[in-house]
Design a protein around this ligand. Structure first.
Ligand SMILES: NC(=O)c1ccc[n+]([C@@H]2O[C@H](COP(=O)([O-])OP(=O)(O)OC[C@H]3O[C@@H](n4cnc5c(N)ncnc54)[C@H](OP(=O)(O)O)[C@@H]3O)[C@@H](O)[C@H]2O)c1
Length: 292
């Protein structure tokens, strides 16, 4: 399989596309806003005006768009993927959506005789560019085996979880960690500052303990310099926290921390912090504490 379609050239899609081109694949791409395909076009991707044409030109189509509505639009609406279907087509959705939505979407694809795999990932554009994502896969096992070679190019760890929806359930459990860690770091930084201790010292101590994380060892140093250049937007994390909340509710689960995080990220977006990196929740908390 050498012909790959890519729908969605936001931050993650562009990085995945660049890596596929670099690895020798033919990439056909579509994005709702055409200007955002320029980077890939300059590196040799073929840009087409609709998801339908992406499907016609590809053996595997990867969708990497904002949310479930966007996946439905590019898949089923006019000039969507299903209108470009052919015998060998497999659709793989890398967007972060709910397990319920992924089940509904994969069923609708199957009703149109197209196999769909859920392939949510961990890791941002900075690791995607080197094929170092961590991928969770759910859906048809045979289709997974067909695509595995390509998944191994995109990710350095690939986990097959089972039937449609299972990969997204775990992806949501992952994003729960991201949301909580960004909040815990932000509040720790604020506490250190209020105590007149350089937050760098807070990080140095934290990173000398068992409780350090990749985030505390890396992004946290950008946070204390108020550098919130986005690799994954706060707006998108808010979307995921809402999905986590709704999914937990559908399982009959009460998750009190999720409730608080949901409120905090929602307020941050309302206050205009949505386009920052998700770690920009620190900027929102600073604003909340301006009186100090
Ligand atoms: N960035 C990360 O670190 C990361 C990591 C793992 C998973 N994800 C997930 O991957 C997905 C993409 O993330 P991203 O960071 O690349 O986001 P992004 O930079 O905000 O890009 C979003 C993409 O979705 C498209 N889109 C939004 N609404 C659409 C609609 N109604 N119809 C068609 N296309 C639509 C956008 O098209 P336009 O350009 O036209 O707006 C753009 O291509 C999200 O589900 C996100 O949660 C991101």
């Amino acid at each position: 399989m050498k012909k790959i379609g890519l729908i969605g050239t936001g931050m993650l899609g562009t990085a995945v596309g660049l890596h596929l081109l670099e690895s020798g694949f033919q990439v056909t791409s579509y994005n709702r806003t055409t200007e955002k395909t320029k980077i890939l076009e300059n590196k040799g991707a073929q840009i087409v005006p609709s998801p339908k044409e992406v499907a016609e030109n590809s053996e595997i189509v990867i969708t990497v768009v904002k949310d479930a509505n966007a996946v439905k639009q590019v898949s089923f609406e006019s000039d969507g993927i299903i209108f470009g279907k052919h015998e060998n087509l497999i659709v793989c959705d890398m967007s972060t959506i709910s397990p319920l939505d992924s089940k509904m979407i994969s069923k609708k694809f199957l009703d149109n005789s197209i196999v769909m795999l859920d392939i949510p990932v961990m890791g941002g554009p900075n690791v995607a560019i080197n094929g170092e994502l961590v991928m969770m896969v759910a859906g048809n096992k045979l289709a997974f085996e067909k695509c595995k070679e390509i998944f191994d190019v995109i990710a350095n760890k690939v986990f097959f979880l089972g039937e449609s929806g299972t990969a997204h359930a775990i992806k949501l459990a992952m994003n729960l960690q991201i949301a909580m860690l960004a909040l815990a770091l932000s509040e720790g930084i604020l506490l250190s500052k209020a105590a007149k201790i350089d937050p760098k010292v807070f990080l140095e101590i934290l990173n000398s303990t068992y409780f350090k994380t990749g985030m505390s060892e890396n992004k946290a140093y950008k946070m204390i310099r108020d550098n919130f250049e986005a690799t994954f937007t706060l707006e998108n994390l808010k979307k995921d926290i809402n999905t986590i909340f709704e999914t937990a509710r559908s399982y009959g689960l009460e998750l009190p921390m999720t409730k608080v995080a949901k409120e905090t990220y929602e307020n941050a977006v309302k206050e205009g912090f949505g386009n920052l990196d998700y770690t920009g929740v620190l900027a929102f908390l600073k604003k909340l504490n301006e009186h100090n």
